[in-house]
Write a protein that binds this ligand. Structure first.
Ligand SMILES: N=c1c2ncn([C@@H]3O[C@H](COP(=O)(O)OP(=O)(O)OP(=O)(O)O)[C@@H](O)[C@H]3O)c2ncn1[C@@H]1O[C@H](COP(=O)(O)O)[C@@H](O)[C@H]1O
Length: 120
């Protein structure tokens, strides 16, 4: 039964389940099947789910957008696990950006790029 009050902790719980599927039977676990098919296939699935999410976002059906977003997040977590990326690193990056406007961040990135060109 889905918990309507479930928060982002769901992602941590899912990450743990995904890690537990490494080396599991691909006939019993979809995650194990993805791991067995390899990084390129997992990445392809992330791309497909991203496109489906974009389509539902444009259509504006929030039920379908929520479903596709869940598929996207699941496959993204599988990709992170396969690549050995701890989700905490992504969360730390997001957390580090808190309070910095995206517009300011983009300007700083451009300035850093120009400084790098001048150094070269
Ligand atoms: N959140 C998900 C989740 N979201 C989507 N999917 C599966 O992803 C698959 C997507 O189907 P598609 O036809 O798009 O992809 P495909 O079967 O790889 O086929 P092709 O693209 O190759 O044609 C479906 O089988 C979905 O069930 C998921 N499978 C698992 N989880 C979570 O992972 C946990 C562990 O699952 P298992 O590893 O299967 O035990 C589950 O308890 C869930 O919490």
């Amino acid at each position: 039964m889905p918990d309507p009050a479930a928060g982002a902790g769901v992602l941590d719980a899912l990450h743990q389940v995904i890690l537990s599927r490494r080396g599991a039977d691909p006939d019993q676990s979809h995650t194990a099947r993805l791991f067995a098919r390899g990084r390129a296939k997992i990445a392809q699935k992330v791309g497909e789910e991203a496109v489906e999410t974009v389509i539902e976002g444009i259509r504006g059906d929030t039920d379908k957008l929520a479903e596709e977003s869940a598929d996207l997040l699941y496959h993204l977590l599988v990709l992170w696990a396969d690549a050995g990326l701890d989700p905490a690193r992504v969360y730390a990056i997001l957390d580090g950006r808190r309070g910095t406007s995206g517009i300011v961040e983009k300007k700083n990135r451009k300035l850093k790029g120009k400084a790098g060109e001048a150094d070269a």
